[in-house]
Ligand binder design. Structure first.
Ligand code: IPM
Ligand code: MN
Length: 354
């Protein structure tokens, strides 16, 4: 029996459309092979549309996105739009309105990929960051007062609700148990400075830990965690952290796993919608040049298949991405791959068949 899924596709800005095209190419190849039927629903959102018509994320689009089984996003961000508008009104609004409260970001070095970390290999760099995705400093609370005067005040508030913290931590324990690698969960905070926020996170973490006695836990301040991610990444299995800390540490994660060319993430509501994306952004300087690496978007498709519980298609795709990286590509960097963007997609499709 054919299994059907409705996929919302948001190519977005910059190199987004180019990498999304390769992700869809791979998805279509997999659908033929595994008897899957993906109905694609395209959404024109992002900087170009905003500049032309002032439209950001219309309510009808949001309602229609809400009905999909999963969303595949290219990138949001445009050099001609002031920073903050598209990010807040499109990307963050999607995360908030669809309550995609988990941002799942695997950091895994594939065989054959160079890492800037001397002496470290695929067995050392293999962990997952669970980033809270709807609260913290991203909630947008705060304000400016006496703006432009010497007495100006700027306040940016971090929102941490008991419910929001607990559901994220619970997901991280569950995910760590399911992943079953080192069964080690690290809480990342800043308890020597952020007295209220980190205190809530630590208490909830310790409480939930009682339900998972066979998961080993530890705590690290975010500054130390950044240092350890570079010095001894092999100690990590799953890391759980706040929205902003998760944003920052996963850029380090991307670099140590071989760069933004392969880094993908999932914005997930475990009981509802989920949106998968390459985390490298819109890379405007490469837009339209066919030089960008589509593997991060293809890895986002792999995560989407996993989320849809299409495990066999997902693991077949992982294997063919690994082969492409190991056997074909000269580098993962844009313009240095030895192939253009769509040729890389073709290589992955070719490896799907063995
Ligand atoms: C990310 C991005 C976004 C974030 C930006 C574009 C708002 O950096 O997904 O990591 O900060 O979450
Ligand atoms: Mn980021």
């Amino acid at each position: 029996m054919t299994r059907r899924y409705e996929i919302g596709v948001i190519p977005g800005d910059g190199t987004g459309p180019e990498v999304v095209a390769e992700g869809i190419k791979v998805l279509e190849a997999l659908s033929r092979r595994f008897d899957l039927d993906f109905q694609l629903k395209w959404f024109d959102l992002g900087g170009e549309r905003y500049l032309k018509s002032g439209v950001l994320l219309p309510d009808e689009a949001l309602d229609s996105i809400r009905e999909t089984d999963a969303i595949f996003l290219g990138a949001i961000g445009h050099p001609d739009v002031k920073p903050g508008i598209l990010e807040r009104e499109v990307l963050l609004r999607l995360r908030f309105e669809l309550d995609l409260y988990i941002n799942l970001r695997p950091v895994a070095l594939m065989d054959g990929v160079d890492t800037p970390l001397k002496g470290k290999g695929p067995e050392d760099i293999d962990f997952v960051v669970v980033r809270e995705n709807t609260e913290g400093l991203y909630a947008g609370g705060g304000g400016a007062f006496k703006k432009g005067t010497p007495d100006e005040i700027a306040i940016q508030e971090s929102v941490n609700t008991r419910k929001g913290v607990e559901r994220c931590i619970r997901y991280a324990f569950e995910f760590c148990a399911g992943r079953n690698r080192k069964r080690r969960l690290t809480l990342c905070g800043k308890n020597n400075v952020l007295l209220y926020e980190s205190d809530l996170w630590s208490r909830v973490f310790n409480e939930v830990h009682r339900e998972y006695p066979d998961i080993e836990t530890s705590y690290q301040n975010v500054d130390a965690l950044c240092m350890w991610m570079i010095k001894n990444p092999e100690q990590f299995d799953v890391i759980v952290t706040t929205n902003l800390f998760g944003d920052i540490v996963t850029d380090i994660g991307a670099v140590i796993q071989g760069g933004l060319g392969v880094a993908a993430g999932g914005n997930i509501n475990p009981g509802g919608c989920a949106m998968f994306e390459p985390i490298g952004g819109s890379a405007p300087k490469y837009a339209g040049l066919k030089k960008i690496n589509p593997l991060a978007a293809i890895c986002a498709v792999q995560m989407m298949l996993d989320h849809l519980d299409e495990r066999e298609a997902a693991s077949t795709l992982t294997a063919s991405v690994q082969k492409t990286v190991k056997e074909d590509l000269k580098s993962l960097e844009a313009g240095k791959m030895g192939f253009n963007t769509s040729e890389v997609g073709d290589l992955v499709v070719r490896h799907l068949d063995g």
